[in-house]
Unconditional design. Structure first.
Length: 423
């Protein structure tokens, strides 16, 4: 009798564990794939806007500096919107945040062709479109997913979601350039606006309010305000902000002005579109690889090597002859590091402070990222207008990437094995 009960209990336990593992898989992949698809659209549309700088200038006559400033404001607003939407996530729910962002982004892009002044471009591209993209970006999607996933799956999930943004760049950059060439920049802009609406049905697949999760190393009842105060008293959190500032400077400069650099070298616009696409597809490999490595290696060391590789890549690019193949190789090398900083940065924030307020805390690091992005996009326009080239911007990029590599070394982070043992 007791033997039968024991066998039945054992079988029940095995079946229960198997069911739970399958439930985890069923929850994991739909969640990660939907979040990745949303980021593919929002990031793909955002990262393609540099292709519109020259057509906008030709059409409106506003000048490179004015258009660059509007896009620079967009870099800052995209970052500023994320901690705000992250803080609203628990109250409004994931679905409402992403749907609101999709409508804002679609309206901003659709209205841009009707703007004939610098203020109009700032309002549409710099504020409305950028804020809408922020509602469907890294901190919202990674933060929402992290609150639904176990700790050991978060790093790879972040890398996979991040890879969606890179795939978006791979898809949308050549698509936008092809539509610009065939039908004009207005048709291309409206196409991006319609594409943004596709994130709405995907948002419902993510679910709405995440389950509450305790904050690691902090009282269960800690408030958002108290958690932010704790984070900003931590030197490691400031180091992440400093490194991410440089990352934003670097990416915004390139995504906004790489088409201009291609033009200065006497190469066709198709080279810039292909280069941006190569960066996107290469970063899929980089994001997934870094996300996988983050499960086994210290994330601060991954950040050190990613930023250091950028400095070397830019230095080699400056020394190389400016042919189409040089841009393609540069794009491939650079793409591996492009947004590969996101998984370890988000992972470190979660490791230091837990997943409860990850959307807000990671959103704040992205604000620093986009302050850097503002300067990268704007100063690139100032540099080419003043000197006729981007030479000093490239030198600044090398210096900042080198500093970013070093600033991550003081971050306090135990080895993954030590964390697993203590848990």
């Amino acid at each position: 009798m007791y033997t039968c009960k024991f066998v039945v209990a054992a079988v029940h336990q095995v079946v229960y564990r198997h069911a739970m593992q399958n439930a985890d898989k069923l929850t994991y992949w739909p969640l990660v794939l939907c979040a990745s698809a949303i980021l593919m659209i929002t990031m793909g549309a955002r990262q393609s806007l540099g292709l519109f700088v020259s057509p906008l200038n030709t059409s409106t006559g506003l000048g490179i500096v004015t258009i660059s400033f509007a896009l620079a404001v967009g870099q800052f607003v995209w970052g500023a919107a994320q901690p705000i939407f992250g803080a609203l996530l628990d109250r409004a729910g994931t679905v409402r945040i992403i749907v609101t962002g999709a409508l804002m982004m679609a309206c901003g892009l659709a209205a841009t062709p009707f703007m004939s002044s610098g203020i109009g471009l700032v309002l549409m591209l710099g504020i409305l479109t950028a804020a809408g993209a922020g509602a469907g970006s890294f901190s919202i999607l990674i933060g929402s997913a992290a609150q639904r996933l176990p700790v050991e799956k978060r790093a790879f999930a972040s890398g996979f979601i991040n890879a969606g943004g890179s795939f978006g760049q791979f898809v949308f950059a050549p698509l936008s350039q092809a539509i610009i060439a065939a039908f004009g920049w207005v048709a291309a802009m409206w196409t991006l606006a319609v594409a943004c609406l596709a994130t709405i049905p995907l948002a419902f697949k993510l679910g709405n309010k995440p389950p509450a999760a305790p904050v690691a190393g902090a009282p269960a009842e800690i408030t958002l305000k108290a958690q932010i105060r704790v984070a900003f008293q931590d030197r490691s959190y400031w180091c992440l902000h400093a490194g991410f500032f440089t990352c934003g400077f670097h990416i915004a400069f390139l995504v906004t002005h790489l088409p201009g650099e291609v033009g200065l070298c006497g190469l066709p616009a198709s080279v810039s579109a292909a280069s941006l696409a190569i960066i996107g597809v290469a970063n899929i490999v980089g994001s997934l690889t870094v996300g996988w490595l983050a499960q086994m290696q210290r994330m601060k060391m991954l950040l050190f090597w990613v930023y250091g590789a950028r400095a070397v890549a830019v230095a080699c690019f400056l020394a190389a002859p400016k042919t189409a193949m040089t841009f393609y190789i540069f794009g491939a090398v650079l793409g591996v590091t492009w947004l590969a900083t996101v998984p370890p940065t988000a992972g470190l924030v979660g490791k230091l402070f837990g997943a409860r307020y990850l959307a807000t805390l990671f959103g704040l690091t992205l604000l620093s990222h986009q302050i850097g992005g503002f300067f990268g996009a704007w100063l690139g326009g100032v540099a080419v207008d003043s000197t006729g080239n981007y030479q000093w911007m490239w030198y600044a990029d090398i210096a900042l990437a080198s500093l970013a590599a070093l600033v991550n070394l003081p971050i306090r982070e135990a080895y993954p094995k030590a964390v697993a043992t203590s848990a």
